[in-house]
Design a protein around this ligand. Structure first.
Ligand code: PXP
Length: 237
């Protein structure tokens, strides 16, 4: 199973002061050195974390695949065609949302998605569609000629009871099997953390998991003690 690490929230921290640290490129290199198979970033229309410049720097600096999450807006598609990440993952985007809330409605936005896919593919960018684990969406993605899908694990991750979680897990497993049988490369992600990842990682048909928030949160506590000790030392007694 491959791991794509989403580093958006390194940039969120940088944007909190509109400064230069922490630098997302450095974060990407640390992730790669630790075994990440790809680096994921979402260039949002409101630029709340990653900005255009980050894309171009990341593309130059990293050795693994750059996976750009993006909406199908003309502006963002234009930037992606210039930056040429190894992969683009099309996601729905709402300005008010805290994070991507649901999968793409492929059937309802067929033409817009088709146009974005055509432009991206013409520029050599492989396109993945982020969808809910739903056969109807998988069939529509096939009709579009997509080759890669990312299944939304958010509902599974946020389920409040084991019974609900079991139900969402079965939906994801079935969708992964169906998509794989239809010839797709299947990925999954959203809301996965150190407690819930094992079940999803056990689905054979899924090739890669994209995980961000929980890794960045974990990194904070894995490093906070050391950061305080280093400052303590600089200050002296
Ligand atoms: N996959 C997609 C398509 C996403 O939009 C996100 C969030 O940016 C992730 C994976 C990672 O989700 P999380 O940050 O909750 O791990």
């Amino acid at each position: 199973m491959k791991l794509g690490v989403n580093i958006d929230h390194v940039a969120t921290l940088r944007q909190a002061r509109r400064g230069v640290e922490p630098e997302p490129v450095l974060a990407a290199l640390v992730c790669e050195a630790a075994g990440a198979d790809s680096i994921v970033v979402h260039l949002r229309e409101d630029r709340r974390h990653i900005r255009e410049q980050d894309l171009f720097l990341l593309k130059k600096a990293i050795r693994t695949r750059l996976n750009l999450e993006m909406s199908v807006s003309k502006e963002i598609v234009g930037i992606a065609c210039e930056a040429r990440p190894g992969q683009a993952t099309l996601v729905p985007e709402k300005r008010q949302e805290l994070t991507t809330e649901g999968g793409l409605d492929v059937t309802g936005n067929f033409k817009r998605i088709q146009r974005a896919m055509e432009s991206l593919e013409k520029n050599g960018i492989g396109v993945s569609l982020f969808i809910d684990p739903d056969k109807r969406q998988i069939r529509a993605a096939k009709e579009l000629g997509a080759k890669m899908l990312e299944l939304h694990t958010g509902r599974f991750a946020e389920a409040k009871t084991m019974k609900l979680q079991d139900g969402f897990f079965r939906q994801i497993r079935e969708a992964a099997r169906f998509a794989k049988a239809e010839g797709f490369k299947v990925f999954a992600g959203h809301g996965l953390n150190y407690d819930n990842v094992a079940r999803i990682a056990g689905i054979r048909e899924i090739e890669e998991l994209n995980i961000g928030y929980s890794i960045i949160c974990r990194a904070l506590f894995a490093g906070l003690g050391r950061a305080v000790r280093e400052m303590r030392e600089l200050i002296g007694d």
